[in-house]
Design a protein around this ligand. Structure first.
Ligand code: G1P
Length: 293
C-alpha cells in the first residue's frame, strides 16, 4: 500500500450529550487529563507518521484551529517568565507550518458527508480517518497498528479497526461480519450501521479508526441517507467492499467511547493513572472515593 500521509478528523459534531459543557466550547476540546480529546487523537496520528492533518469542522469550532496554531502572546509571556518546560510542551505539540488544513461541513448530514467534504484535500491517495470521540490507549497506537497490518495486504486494501463488545450494546455502533483470517487481520463479509441486536452479524464493532482508498469519495458523492436520516460512511464502505479488498483488525489496546459520559470519565481516570506525575496520587484517592459509596 502507498504510504498513508494524510488523516481526516471529523470535528463538526454538536456534542449535545455534553451540554452545557459544550454550549460554547467544541466537545473535541474537552480535556482528558490535561490534553484536549482532539489532541490525543492527533498525537496518535502523528506517532503513526501521518504528515497532513485535515479537520472537517463546522460553525463554532474556531477554537480547534487556534489550538493547532501558535499562541504568540502566551509564548512571549512564558518566555519572559522562564517557563521552559511549558514552552517546550507547546512547541512539541505544534504541527509543522502548512501541514494542517481545515474545511467546513456546512450542514450536519452525517459522518459519510463529513468525510466527503475532505475529498479535495485528500486527493487520489489512501488516507486515515480518526473519529475524535474514540480514544485508544496503547503504544503503538491503533492507527499505527493498522498501517503496519496494511503492509502485508493488497495495495488497494481498506482496513478498519474493530473490537468485541457485549451483544446488548451493538446497536449503538457499526457492526461487521467476519470472514477468513489474513495475518492479524480478517476479511470483512458485511457491515451494518446500528443494527438491532437480533440483526447484528457479530459482536465486533467498528471502533472509529479507518484506512480507506480514495474510491470511497465517488461512492459517497452518490450516497443517500441511511440510518438516522444521515449519510452513513458504513453504507459507502459496504459498496466499496464490492470493488476492493476490505479487512478488519482487532487492535491491541483499550478503547474509550468518549462520546458517552461514562466513556469520557473512564478515559480521564485511565489516562491519569498512566501518568507518572498523577497516577500514584490518584491511585491513593480512588479507594477513598469508592469506599464511600
Ligand atoms: C460512528 C460510525 C460507527 C462506529 C462509531 C464508533 O457512529 O458510524 O460505525 O461504530 O462511530 O464510535 P457515531 O458514534 O458517530 O454515531
Amino acid at each position: 500500500m502507498t504510504a498513508i500521509r494524510k488523516a481526516i478528523f471529523p470535528v463538526a459534531g454538536l456534542g449535545t450529550r455534553f451540554l452545557p459543557a459544550t454550549k460554547a466550547m467544541p466537545k473535541e476540546m474537552l480535556p482528558v487529563v490535561d490534553r484536549p480529546l482532539i489532541q490525543h487523537v492527533v498525537d496518535e496520528a502523528r506517532e503513526a507518521g501521518i504528515e497532513h492533518l485535515i479537520f472537517v469542522t463546522g460553525r463554532n469550532k474556531a477554537v480547534i484551529e487556534d489550538h493547532f496554531d501558535r499562541q504568540f502572546e502566551l509564548e512571549v509571556t512564558l518566555s519572559e517568565r522562564g517557563k521552559k518546560t511549558e514552552l517546550e510542551l507547546l512547541e512539541d505539540d505544534l504541527p509543522p507550518a502548512g501541514t494542517v488544513s481545515f474545511t467546513r461541513q456546512q450542514s450536519p448530514l452525517g459522518l459519510g458527508h463529513a468525510v466527503w467534504c475532505a475529498r479535495e484535500l485528500v486527493g487520489n491517495e489512501p488516507f486515515a480517518l480518526l473519529l475524535p470521540d474514540v480514544l485508544v490507549q496503547n503504544k503503538p497506537g491503533c492507527i499505527a497498528q493498522m498501517i503496519d497490518a496494511a503492509k502485508s495486504l493488497e495495495p488497494d486494501a481498506n482496513i478498519i479497526a474493530v473490537e468485541e463488545i457485549p451483544m446488548d450494546k451493538v446497536s449503538s455502533y457499526g457492526v461487521v461480519g467476519v470472514g477468513k483470517s489474513r495475518g492479524k487481520a480478517f476479511e470483512i463479509t458485511g457491515m451494518v450501521e446500528k443494527p438491532k441486536q437480533a440483526e447484528a452479524p457479530s459482536n465486533l464493532i467498528i471502533t472509529g479508526r479507518y484506512i480507506l482508498q480514495p474510491q470511497i469519495f465517488d461512492i459517497l458523492s452518490r450516497q443517500s441517507a441511511g440510518t438516522g436520516g444521515e449519510i452513513q460512511l458504513t453504507d459507502a464502505m459496504i459498496e466499496l467492499t464490492r470493488q476492493q479488498p476490505f479487512y478488519g483488525l482487532k487492535f491491541e489496546g483499550r478503547s474509550f467511547d468518549c462520546g458517552s459520559k461514562i466513556g469520557f470519565l473512564t478515559a480521564n481516570v485511565a489516562y491519569a493513572l498512566e501518568r507518572a506525575d498523577l497516577g500514584p496520587a490518584l491511585r491513593a484517592e480512588l479507594p477513598k472515593l469508592l469506599g464511600r459509596t
